[in-house]
Design a protein around this ligand. Structure first.
Ligand code: ZN
Length: 292
């Protein structure tokens, strides 16, 4: 038996098959072009495993329709991404493979992957928040094993934060809100602020302190709203040295108001290596879908 995973991102789709222990057996990457082409390439790739495939988990960039009773369940909805607005995603999969298919956001799947891995690592984790800070910013939230969000999924990337005094001149880059969290800390803010990519900005640059201040506020808000067992940070912008700065700012802002235990264990990098949280989450959600 094999479980399938599709991680649909704005620049690439990652397809994988894995066993019931969530170990990847094979994977492939396809460039995100048009829905027909990219979803078509995924289906063609999964065809070679048709006989063994038992269920597929899909994690998609959004916004997406997650209400099971909606006629547009399984659609990518009003994304600004060219070609992809109002795209039926689950429909073509169901038509091609008559299998259980789970459907959620990329960050929800990553959150679920980290939740499952925490259990495998014998950590006591019932509630978890997963932030991705990369091309965009978003978060998935699990409370007592369930995703937060019934009518729609959370859009934590667009919360408001208090501006850093040294960052007042930067307008932010979110096309909807300017200086929301995503508008201030996503990867493309580096070229917008400094004219160079994040990879070229040394950790000694003050911009990292400013970003840590914003990310710490997001962690504080998640703590005050959900008090999860831990908050995980993934995505291309995040590194352990950056997270050290975030923890420092977080402790200043929290000011011992809530006991979160060891902050190094509370605000952490993903347990999954190489950005693999979503794939593991997809396998686990596919298996869950199959058993329901
Ligand atoms: Zn925004």
């Amino acid at each position: 038996m094999l479980l399938g995973s599709i991680e649909a991102g704005g620049t690439k789709f990652v397809c994988a098959v894995g066993n019931k222990d969530y170990q990847v057996q094979d994977s492939a990457i396809f460039k995100t072009t048009t829905p027909e082409d990219t979803i078509g390439q995924c289906l063609e790739w999964f065809d070679q495993y048709r006989d063994e495939l038992a269920a597929i988990g899909v994690a998609s960039f959004g916004p997406i329709e997650i209400r099971q009773n909606s006629p547009r369940y399984g659609f990518i909805t009003n994304t600004p991404k060219k070609h992809w607005a109002d795209t039926d995603f689950v429909g073509p999969l169901k038509k091609h493979f008559d299998l259980p298919i789970s459907w959620t956001t990329d960050v929800n799947s990553s959150a679920y992957g980290e939740y499952v891995l925490a259990t495998l690592f014998n950590q006591r984790v019932n509630s978890l928040v997963y932030y991705t800070i990369g091309t965009g910013v978003g978060a998935g939230e699990i409370v007592n094993g369930h995703f937060v969000g019934e009518l729609g999924h959370p859009e934590v990337g667009h919360i408001r934060v208090k501006r850093h005094p040294d960052d007042r001149d930067f307008a932010g880059i979110c096309p909807y809100h300017g200086d929301c969290l995503e508008g201030l800390v996503s990867g493309p803010t580096f070229p917008a602020r400094l004219g160079i990519s994040g990879r070229q900005v040394p950790l000694t640059n003050h911009v990292w302190d400013i970003m840590a201040y914003y990310v710490a506020q997001a962690a504080l808000d998640s703590t005050l709203m959900f008090r999860p067992d831990k908050i995980v940070f993934g995505g291309g912008v995040v590194s352990e040295p950056f997270l050290k700065k975030v923890r420092r700012e977080f402790q200043k802002l929290l000011n011992d108001y809530v006991d979160v235990g060891n902050v190094d264990e509370y605000l952490t990098m993903p347990l999954a290596k190489n950005n693999g949280s979503a794939t593991i989450g997809n396998f686990a959600l596919a298996l869950k879908e199959m058993n329901e």
